[in-house]
Ligand binder design. Structure first.
Ligand SMILES: C[S@@+](CC[C@H](N)C(=O)[O-])C[C@H]1O[C@@H](n2cnc3c(N)ncnc32)[C@H](O)[C@@H]1O
Length: 249
């Protein structure tokens, strides 16, 4: 086996609950069995020229075509009823839905608050990213998640009055909506796995996995980066999910 082929097939790091591969995600995915994955969570690079401190260069003149390649590989790997999540900027999302709509069912465009960006040129202030949620046919699993009633961080009091129906709320919390404003990125240095890199708040993949999988289901993250999602899947999926986490060479 050549060194490159070995990188695609032999995990770089492994636990009882999952494996991390160090390689180009398309090559690693090509070596995986069709219909072997229950959920895909993809947080791809955005083609912004960012330095990820790997061999990977975040500037691709065929970016949308390249996304089409790994999306098609992902669809091939998904089992019937599996979930496909794609986290990206709205300007990219609107281009990628074309590819996704060809072979998957649209479920949600989840708007995720993104503070700390700034307006460019003659545009509005961008304040959200998209988490596209698709399924391969009818979803195999949909777990209804709940979030705590929102309180004031200064006084601890509840912020909304729920139109006078507060007593009727489910004691387990509010139904999760398609607008997430409690998931701002890890900006603080002490919470980062890799210094200087904006990692996704762990709640985002965690909710996606909890919503769409059962214990022991297999989750694939083609762009593992700092491998935070390995932690998220190990922590959130009771009994452990078989997480396949791919990271750049
Ligand atoms: C937007 S970041 C995702 C970061 C990750 N969600 C985290 O929280 O650490 C994209 C990641 O994909 C990696 N990457 C870029 N091209 C890749 C490829 N072809 N195969 C695998 N990973 C790649 C980059 O190195 C970067 O870490």
């Amino acid at each position: 086996m050549t060194a490159a082929a070995k990188m695609n097939r032999v995990p770089f790091y492994e636990t009882a609950k999952g494996s991390l591969y160090k390689g180009d995600c398309i090559n690693v995915m090509r070596d995986m069995k069709p219909e072997s994955v229950n959920c895909i969570f993809a947080d791809p690079p955005f083609n912004l020229g960012k330095d990820y401190r790997t061999k990977f260069i975040d500037k691709n003149s065929n970016y949308i075509e390249w996304c089409g390649e790994w999306i098609r590989e992902g669809v091939r790997l998904l089992k019937d009823g599996g979930a496909f999540f794609l986290y990206c900027m709205p300007s990219i999302a609107v281009k990628l839905v074309h590819e996704l709509n060809q072979c998957l069912e649209f479920r949600h465009w989840i708007a995720i608050t993104m503070k700390g960006t700034y307006p460019r040129g003659n545009k509005l202030y961008p304040a959200h990213y998209a988490l596209l949620y698709y399924s391969k046919g009818k979803p195999h699993v949909f777990n209804r998640l709940r979030t705590p009633v929102v309180t004031c961080r200064h006084c601890g009091g509840e912020i909304k009055d729920y139109g006078g129906h507060r007593k009727m709320l489910n004691p387990a919390g509010l139904n999760l909506t398609d607008f997430w404003d409690d998931t701002s990125p890890n900006r603080h240095r002490k919470y980062k796995v890799r210094p200087g890199v904006n990692e996704l708040k762990i709640t985002i993949p965690e909710r996606a996995v909890l919503m769409s999988t059962n214990p022991n289901d297999v989750v694939l993250d083609p762009f593992g980066g700092g491998a935070r999602h390995t932690k998220s899947a190990n922590r959130t999926v009771e009994g452990g999910s078989g997480l396949k986490n791919l990271t750049a060479p």
